[in-house]
Design a protein around this ligand. Structure first.
Ligand SMILES: Cc1cc2nc3c(=O)[nH]c(=O)nc-3n(C[C@H](O)[C@H](O)[C@H](O)COP(=O)(O)OP(=O)(O)OC[C@H]3O[C@@H](n4cnc5c(N)ncnc54)[C@H](O)[C@@H]3O)c2cc1C
Length: 318
């Protein structure tokens, strides 16, 4: 696997795909573009995508509203499971405001609160000021908790998603003019010859969540395996995967969950092998949750970014 290598051009011939990157060129039988549609729209395709498909790519407009993560650690649990989505009237342009998510206190008596907001919200502000404005924002929504928030606050860290993922040309996006997605959205899922499109935003279920990226990855794998004649039935293949997922979860539940996750994550993410709160905290969704949106929260807890992992260590120290 190559990282820090930007794909520039994807060229198709009758029997192969040639992928040109910032460093070298690769050939293969198929290519899967597993990025946001926005990132996919920045690639050069040769031959070009059909005109009707280009309509949806051209309609995409980047938006960086939730790029900045402000992470606040509290030494006591605060509103476990809270997810707050702001309405327009409640957004304050000069202070700090945005989406709030409580990430940790499902099993422990501590909280990690994440505020997602505009990168500009903290421009030119000192850490103390960001801390004060963030706490003020939380207190403005929950005035009855004001004292609790200021008394139990431990530390704050910020990171900008767009800096961490330099190839993402925008964190979220919309389709302009209105109606473009409804009219041309089907082309986000349609393969163009040997080039297939995956990524969370082309998934019908789990859209905008980690779970969507996984579901869609499996779908595209099934499409290609079917095309190559390696599997007989796409739907049977996907059903088997889903059965294995359920069986995996059941088997993990019935054994020592912490040990299994420790081994699994220790191998995949060496940085996670030092003791930290994530493993202590790992949460497995119920069968019902597996089919819904909350599965992505579980995935998210498992696939925390390195920055969040650092924060989790702070939580542990408290
Ligand atoms: C701030 C924020 C918070 C989020 N929180 C949650 C959460 O709590 N729970 C949850 O389930 N989901 C969350 N999400 C959504 C989740 O991160 C996405 O849905 C998921 O990562 C999408 O996966 P993907 O594989 O489709 O795309 P990505 O994760 O975007 O992966 C695509 C990859 O392709 C790379 N790439 C792009 N262009 C090129 C190119 N030209 N050449 C080479 N590489 C390229 C990118 O660098 C990136 O690594 C959050 C997203 C954001 C932005």
């Amino acid at each position: 696997m190559l990282t820090q290598t930007q794909v520039k051009t994807i060229t198709q011939t009758s029997d192969q795909v040639i992928v040109e990157t910032s460093r070298e060129t690769f050939t293969g039988r198929y290519a899967v573009v597993a990025t946001s549609p926005l990132a996919a729209s920045f690639l050069k395709y040769d031959p070009s995508l059909p005109l009707v498909a280009q309509r949806i790519w051209k309609a995409i407009r980047p938006w960086d509203f939730p790029a900045l993560n402000i992470l606040l650690v509290f030494k006591k649990s605060w509103r476990p499971g809270l997810i707050y989505l702001p309405s327009e009237e409640k957004e304050t342009k000069d202070g700090i405001s945005g989406i709030i998510m409580e990430l940790y206190s499902r099993n422990v008596d501590r909280s990690l609160i994440r505020i997602l907001t505009y990168p500009e919200a903290i421009n030119g502000k000192s850490k103390e000021e960001i801390q004060r404005l963030s706490l003020e924002f939380l207190a403005s929504l929950y005035p009855e908790d004001r004292e609790f928030l200021f008394e139990n606050f431990v530390s704050l860290t910020t990171f900008n998603w767009a800096d961490i993922k330099p190839f993402i040309p925008g964190v979220t996006y919309y389709y302009s003019p209105e109606g473009s997605l409804a009219t041309y959205g089907q082309y986000l899922r349609k393969n163009q010859g040997r080039v297939y499109f995956a990524g969370s935003e082309s998934s019908i279920s789990g859209l905008h969540w980690m779970s969507g990226a996984i579901i869609r990855g499996n779908e595209v794998a099934a499409d290609i395996l079917k095309e190559m004649g390696r599997i007989k039935s796409r739907s049977e293949y996907l059903r088997e995967i889903s059965k294995k997922n359920f069986a995996g979860v059941d088997s993990i539940r019935s054994k020592n969950i912490l040990q299994i996750l420790k081994n699994f994550f220790g191998k995949i993410f060496p940085w996670s092998s030092s003791p930290n709160i994530i493993r202590k905290q790992s949460y497995l969704p119920s069968r019902e949750e597996l089919s819904g949106r909350s599965i992505s929260i579980a995935y998210r807890q498992h696939y925390l970014t390195q920055s969040e992992s650092k924060i989790s260590k702070q939580v542990q120290k408290v």
